[in-house]
Ligand binder design. Structure first.
Ligand SMILES: CC(C)(COP(=O)(O)OP(=O)(O)OC[C@H]1O[C@@H](n2cnc3c(N)ncnc32)[C@H](O)[C@@H]1OP(=O)(O)O)[C@@H](O)C(=O)NCCC(=O)NCCS
Length: 434
């Protein structure tokens, strides 16, 4: 793939360079300017950085390279990012920050264009990210592709029965890489969570693919512990000696006049089937001295919402999860599966990546192979690349977007058929912030 766009250059007086491990101090200093943190840079000495350095870029003031960084961005190399029914190479944009002294001069804009160029050079048809503020990335063609649930489940909340759940044994232990590293890596990359029918994966469920990411996951440095939280713990549920699910957690205590009302803060929650999920949640919702259990980044269709007898009591709120930028339209559209037959011409607008703009004929059979080719035909649907990103993982319907005026149906019937094809049986979500 070639770079095909008049890129937005850095403003005069700035230059960028690839960072190395020697830039650790400057990177952390910039990061704590962008994201205020009570710890000094020196206090992060036991924090392994999850970065792949050759994908980390710093911006400096020209002529003043020793004065620290003005901006940074990096990306994680997801070689197998789950998209509906398949995986694709994807750049997980991360560590984006601009020093307050240098903000609103176009540094982020230039860094994004740099990033999109790099994605195309590396053959990554997608970029994904978590947004610190939801208003930042739409202008660059990223669409909100997934939501997650924030719930607070009261201790002892009743769960429906699942045959086989009682056949599990439970281990509650300090989380430890030597002891749990293999099982966590293996269970976390299971295709559907809980495993769906063959071929039905959970789009967006990125695995930690590099050793640096795993090191950072297991390190548990003091600076990671938010107020009053204990060190990382793990529950493992096993059946016939085989791990079938796990959850990581940290508890906090809260002594009230009426009794202890601690909170179980969950990290990963992974179960390979319904019985394992029922067993796991049974433990997580009944820990002594706790008043409630707070999962983080739960898929909107997580099994617990069907297991809870009273889901309303969990007070579900929805937050934006992963955002997706289609960097290469034909590569991305042919690289996923569709849940219905489809033959449609999409007219795509993309002000930043000229190669993406124009008409594309997408043809696919239900759950089978897809092709996407440039065409001169008039589009059946017109949309911006941002909306394509929003719909791409199957979590946002094209009909919904059209209801907000964001997709234009040019050919009667095309919207409903294409929207049905773009959906997916499991809702997209990523279970960790990258
Ligand atoms: C968000 C951030 C990276 C923006 O960097 P920046 O260099 O100031 O951005 P730019 O100057 O390139 O701005 C580009 C456009 O985005 C807009 N924009 C930037 N940050 C925005 C925000 N937080 N909310 C809404 N709009 C924003 C700018 O107003 C500008 O709009 P315009 O083109 O209409 O003038 C920077 O403010 C920052 O580091 N914030 C704190 C950390 C953070 O949120 N990082 C993102 C992690 S996902």
């Amino acid at each position: 793939m070639t770079s095909d766009r008049s890129r937005s250059a850095l403003p005069a007086g700035y230059r960028s360079r690839t960072l190395t491990a020697d830039d650790r101090g400057a990177l952390l200093d910039l990061d704590t300017w962008a994201f205020p943190d009570p710890h000094s840079v020196a206090e992060f000495d036991d924090l392994p950085l999850p970065l792949t350095w050759e994908r980390a870029v710093g911006v400096e003031v020209e002529g003043a390279p020793g004065d620290g960084l003005a901006a940074i961005h990096a990306s994680y190399p997801f070689s197998r990012f789950p998209v509906p029914g398949a995986t694709l190479p994807t750049a997980g944009l991360t560590w984006v920050g601009v020093h307050p002294q240098h903000r609103r001069r176009g540094l982020l804009t230039a860094m994004i264009d740099d990033h999109l160029d790099a994605c195309r050079r590396r053959g990554e048809p997608l970029s994904a990210l978590f947004a610190a503020e939801a208003a930042i990335y739409g202008r660059f063609g990223y669409g909100k592709a997934a939501d997650d649930l924030r719930i607070t489940v009261p201790r002892g909340a009743a769960l429906r029965d699942v045959p086989g759940a009682a056949d599990h044994t439970v281990r509650v232990e300090h989380a430890d890489r030597a002891r749990h590293g293999d099982l966590v890596a293996r269970l976390h990359r299971a295709p559907g969570l809980p495993a769906g029918p063959a071929g039905i994966n959970r789009p967006g469920w990125a695995a930690r693919e590099t050793d640096a990411l795993w090191e950072s996951y297991w390190a548990d440095p003091k600076s990671f512990r938010a107020a009053g939280r204990e060190s990382l713990r793990i529950v493992v549920v096993e059946r016939d000696g085989e791990a079938r699910g796990y959850a990581t957690f940290r508890r906090t205590l809260d002594w009230q006049v009426t009794g202890p009302r601690g909170t179980v803060h969950l990290g990963d929650v992974v179960a390979l089937d319904a019985a394992a999920a029922r067993s796991l949640w049974g433990v997580l919702l009944d820990l002594d001295l706790m008043g409630s259990t707070d999962p983080f980044l739960l898929p909107v269709d997580d099994a617990v919402m069907s297991l809870l007898v009273d889901p309303r009591a969990a007070g579900a709120r929805v937050a934006d999860n992963v955002w997706v930028r289609v960097v290469d339209v034909p590569g991305a559209l042919a690289g996923r599966r569709y849940q219905a037959d489809v033959d449609v011409v999409l007219g795509v607008d993309d002000p930043r990546v000229a190669d993406n703009a124009g008409s594309w004929r997408l043809r696919a059979t239900a759950f089978g192979a897809a092709t996407c080719e440039r065409t001169d035909a008039e589009p059946d649907l017109r949309l911006d690349v941002r909306e394509l990103g929003a719909a791409y993982l199957g979590g946002t319907s094209l009909v919904t977007l059209a209801g907000a005026g964001l997709v234009d149906e040019r050919s009667a019937g095309a919207l409903g058929r294409t929207s049905a094809a773009f959906g997916w049986p499991l809702a997209p979500a990523c279970g960790w912030v990258f």
